[in-house]
Design a protein around this ligand. Structure first.
Ligand code: UDP
Ligand code: G50
Length: 468
């Protein structure tokens, strides 16, 4: 035992502190497995209880069951009065609740004997001071794209330079210009709960020992290089591109989550004939937009697997599909469409050979999973960081983004006709299909032994060892 960590067997003990929401938990689980199974680290994962959704709890339990070497450190949230933020998003509230529980992290970490920490970007500004006090190096896992990381890093400077003039296009030196319309909606409001957290976290990033990003060279090389050269912000910590963090393929993680027989259904479809539609785990799509999506998928004439989410948190999802999608829709598409409200194992779906296109909200995990499987993406961003990520999709050639399409909060929706045209064009686009497939090859090479992301994670593990 050293002053900073329990390294009795010579291995660094890396404690991971994830935040809330599947989009944040999933990459932490993958990082835990890669560090533990491939890079020889002793790994603990802090399990913040309660979770926002049942999907999150099941995911974590599956992880610990499948990988007994990964230690579970339960952390009970302190009481939190959400009435201070009426109407706020359930996940932003949970970020805040975890942030306010910060004083409890010290005793937890001291008991665990951590030699290094990796925390979620949403907790940056509250975990780094705790780690500093305990003299444990603290790294950040950035769960979104490197483009979003550059926006995050530069945002405080942008605010200082443009004080009082509202948010416009953000021209990140050495990177690119992010148009006003792509800036996450919440950041336009300086008094928004998310904005307060975001700016504090942005200011703290420079104090991190390192930043892990779930990306790889073929997607984000120039952005990461610009950050490392200090063009966006001077003296930025080392950035490790460690992605795509690979899905954890284990029956214990995946079993019994879904009653729908979608894999059997996919097995029965011709190669690359199915349009897979899923907008992620955390946001419902407006009823009017759902009806246009239904019309668009029907008019495209293609087979489709559509995961419909009609309420914000999965456990509350009760509305009937036939009500949501319009009279007679399910009957009319019965022979070529499978629609479910249940959770599907997305990585299984994307690697299935019958899938030819992914209509995605561009949550970053979904983008990396599409890239891993070499499946083209029709970007349909709805909120938050998704337009910035959709820009990455388009620039890398992984897919297509119609940047004039509306998103959450705008008073019009994308028509079924526009959607159907794009789906038809993309399903017929052989060049796009080949480019997406080549990104799949590049992703596999990046994480294979000796590849760029493999080496970055190995460097990171060595850094943790050196700190013990
Ligand atoms: N996911 C899944 N099945 C679903 C919905 C989501 O497996 O029906 C997974 C998806 O594969 C991804 C994560 O949940 O790993 C969602 O993260 P992402 O960043 O794509 O979007 P978010 O849900 O955070 O908006
Ligand atoms: C949700 C969202 C907007 C958004 C992100 C969300 C990101 C970007 C990274 O998860 O992940 C980030 C999040 C929080 C933070 C700092 C950086 O405090 O609605 O951009």
């Amino acid at each position: 035992m050293t002053s900073s960590g329990d390294v009795a067997d010579g291995r660094p003990h890396v404690v991971l502190i994830p935040s809330a929401g599947m989009g944040h938990l999933v990459p932490f689980g993958r990082l835990a497995v890669a560090l533990s199974s491939v890079h020889g680290c002793d790994v603990s994962v802090v399990t913040v209880l309660p979770t926002v959704s049942t999907a999150e709890l099941k995911h974590l339990e599956g992880l610990f069951d499948a990988f007994p070497a990964i230690r579970r450190l339960d952390f009970q949230l302190a009481a939190f009065d959400a009435s201070e933020f009426p109407g706020a998003d359930a996940f932003f509230l949970r970020f805040e609740a975890i942030r306010r529980s910060a004083p409890l992290f010290g005793p937890l970490l001291a008991g665990a004997g951590a030699s290094a920490l990796v925390t979620d970007v949403t907790l940056t500004s509250i975990v780094i001071p705790v780690a500093k006090e305990m003299r444990i190096p603290c790294h950040i896992l950035f769960t979104s794209s490197a483009a979003m990381l550059s926006l995050c890093a530069y945002f405080p400077t942008y605010l200082e330079d443009n004080a009082g003039s509202g948010i416009g296009d953000v021209d990140i030196p050495g990177v690119f210009r992010i148009p006003k319309a792509s800036i996450p909606q919440a950041l336009h409001d300086p008094n928004h709960l998310f904005t307060g957290q975001f700016v504090e976290n942005s200011r703290s990033l420079a104090n991190a020992a390192g930043i892990l990003v779930n990306t790889f060279d073929a997607l984000d090389l120039e952005t990461v290089a610009a950050l490392q050269q200090g063009s966006a912000v001077s003296s930025f910590p080392p950035v490790f591109s460690v992605g795509p963090l690979l899905p954890v393929c284990s029956p214990a993680v995946n079993e019994a989550k879904n009653p729908a027989n979608y894999i059997e259904w996919l097995d029965a479809q011709p190669a690359r004939s199915v349009v897979y539609v899923n907008f992620g785990s955390r946001k419902a799509i407006l009823g009017v937009q759902l009806k246009e999506l239904a019309a668009g998928l029907e008019a495209s004439g293609h087979r489709f697997l559509w995961v419909v989410k009609s309420t914000v948190v999965d456990k509350d999802d009760a509305a009937e599909l036939s009500e949501l999608l319009g009279e007679g829709f399910l009957e009319r598409v019965q022979k070529r469409g499978l629609v479910t409200k249940a959770w599907v194992e997305q990585e299984e779906v994307l690697k299935h050979e019958s899938v030819g296109l992914f209509v995605s909200h561009c949550g970053w995990n979904s983008v990396t999973e599409a890239a891993t499987s070499g499946v083209p993406v029709l970007a349909f961003p709805r909120m938050g960081d998704q337009r910035v990520n959709a820009g990455v999709v388009a620039r890398a050639g992984l897919g297509v983004w119609v940047d004039s399409w509306s998103w959450e909060g705008e008073d019009w929706v994308v028509s079924g006709e526009d959607l159907s045209e794009k789906v038809k064009a993309m399903m017929a686009d052989e060049v796009l299909r080949k480019t997406a497939a080549s990104l799949g090859v590049a992703a596999a090479a990046a994480v294979a032994n000796g590849g760029s992301s493999y080496r970055c994670l190995a460097d990171f593990a060595r850094l943790c060892l050196a700190a013990t």
